[in-house]
Write a protein that binds this ligand. Structure first.
Ligand SMILES: [Zn+2]
Length: 281
């Protein structure tokens, strides 16, 4: 009896020790969609050549904030916050009208985050509707495909439809240049997927959420659901062949991961998603 009483605390301590030395608990991951503008398009047929002639569509445009443990990561940055000063927006190519009703910075503030607290950043690609606020994040570690880097920071970015003034302050960021996928935090929860085609170094993002399950953030892999289902490639993409292959790859991944595909510019789907300050866990 005396021995048992003496051993009990030791046994308890041993059990506790056992618990604390088992596999580390994965860091909690949360995802929030931010309203980063919209694009009004009078004729979407250039996005689906041979179809939808004269059909108008409004594209949503999100940014996504990821909270991994204590780290904040931003995926895409939307149109420049300066656009919010003009309620009528700004005219763009192909008779587009680009608008932003609420700034990125104000939405970050609503979830208690200042731009300088974001220490990891990645863009699906370098077009203006995705890198418009890039210059706010000149200290964050930038995850970028080498192929995209070479064009965006090379001698002729305009040839790829890029405007370097929007992201030039990132030229000297801590940078992780990629030639394929990247498990950002090393625990499988946030994985950059190489999905070239729309641009040379286009990428998508797989986020494995503890409750909601896996979500793939499309970037411009496809601009709306119909184009993804039918594997249609916009006429201005960098490579139609790579675009097709990337859509096929993601379609297979959606099955194996039982993942949702959040199509960034699909306003019908976007209307069903919670936005900041609401997180998805
Ligand atoms: Zn886009």
């Amino acid at each position: 009896m005396r021995i048992t009483r003496t051993l009990l605390p030791l046994l308890a301590a041993a059990l506790l020790w056992g618990c604390t030395t088992s596999a580390p608990t994965p860091a909690p991951v949360r995802l929030v969609a931010l309203n980063c503008g919209e694009i009004q398009i009078p004729d979407i047929s250039p996005w689906s050549p041979g179809f939808n002639a004269g059909k108008a569509m409004t594209f949503s445009n999100n940014c996504y904030l990821i909270h991994h443990g204590k780290t904040w990561m931003l995926w895409d940055s939307g149109f420049s916050d300066a656009l919010a000063a003009n309620p009528d927006g700004q005219a763009g190519p192909m008779n587009m009208r680009m608008k932003r009703s609420v700034t990125l910075v104000s939405q970050l503030a609503a979830v208690g985050v200042k731009p300088e607290q974001i220490t990891a950043i990645a863009f699906s690609h370098s077009h203006a509707d995705h890198v418009g606020n890039a210059n706010l994040f000149a200290n964050a570690t930038l995850y970028m495909q080498q192929a995209e880097y070479d064009l965006a920071f090379g001698p002729e970015p305009a040839k790829s439809g890029f405007n370097p003034a929007l992201y030039d302050k990132l030229r000297h960021n801590p940078m992780v240049k990629l030639s394929g996928d990247k498990d950002v935090f090393g625990d499988g929860s946030v994985v950059i997927l190489s999905t070239p085609g729309h641009t040379a170094g286009h990428q998508s993002l797989l986020v494995r959420l503890p409750k909601a399950g896996a979500v793939v953030l499309s970037g411009d892999l496809a601009h709306f659901r119909e184009n993804f289902e039918l594997r249609r490639v916009p006429r201005f993409n960098f490579s139609a062949e790579q675009s097709q292959a990337s859509m096929e790859r993601v379609a297979r991944l959606l099955q194996s991961e039982r993942a949702q595909l959040w199509i960034n510019h699909d306003s019908a789907q976007n209307a069903t998603l919670p936005h900041a300050p609401k997180f998805v866990e």
